[in-house]
Design a protein around this ligand. Sequence first.
Ligand SMILES: [Zn+2]
Length: 332
Amino acid sequence: MPVAARIFSKVKRVANEQIAGSFLGGISAKKISGNYILMYHGVTTTGSTRFNSRHASIPCFRKQIAFLKKYCAVISLQDFFEEKFVTGKANFAITFDDGYLNNFTNAKPILEEFNCPATFFITGLNQINDNILWADYVNIASTLANADIEIEGELFRKTGNTYYSVSSEKSLYHIIKHQKPDYGFKQKVKEAFAKHVRFQDNPAVKEYWQLMSDSQITETARSPLIKIGSHGYYHNNLGTLSNQMATSELTLSKKYLEALTQYDIQELAYPDGSYTPQLVQSARQSGFTIQLAADHFLFNEAPDNPDIKKRYGIYSIDSCLNQLFTAISAPR
Ligand SMILES: [Zn+2]
């Protein structure tokens, strides 16, 4: 973008922020109507988008929560599913995917300060001595590595911050999501990158991938404000697996989290929003009465399907309050 356009864009963004801030007099806030489940991932010191846009900065997150608490109603996911909405206001439920340590260290204190209910969705990676989600590994390793990598005899080369198969030209991310969703292939991806790049000891990078420990999950579960829910066990895209495999992954996750929290785990957020209509039914039979898609439904469920609801993702692609407005006004 030319310098002038960049400055104009910045001025516009700041102006929008100030308009948003001034309604802090309440005028624009009144224009927000409807009920929304927000999907956060991380809350980090800077909210840097170097690796991905899934982390809000601490000041940004505080500003968003302060705004929602002042001008809207923030209710629990349970109340949202039971449609116990506060009348005359927009209602929001807050969710966090992936179980980052920064949820515990940065988001939880802010949620508690503002008496704001939320659900943290956690995988079972601690149980299998894996300590990093595959998507984070691929994002971070792809940004930091420079060499070609080889996985199962296939050569991958970097363009920008993305690795593409030299033969199929598909991105590695795409291949993992859609062609080789099993956990074993993800391990091979990590092994291939590990020959060229190592970042797990780098403190500047840690807050973008480090997960909560079991004891931190247990401590979070004791908060009267924060519920723990399932985010799958291996963080696989469950809609790409057989229904039997996906259901057994959910059962594993439920048992693991129930042992840590000492309560019935009823809330489920599908990793990457990946599910099938059959899996929604099976998950319900397994005791998941609250199920969440990601940014949109994958199938044409009736909007009043009581089992699954869509969410509105918050991404660090805009100024703080605009992240909220962008999320809830994006076409679905
Ligand atoms: Zn996830």
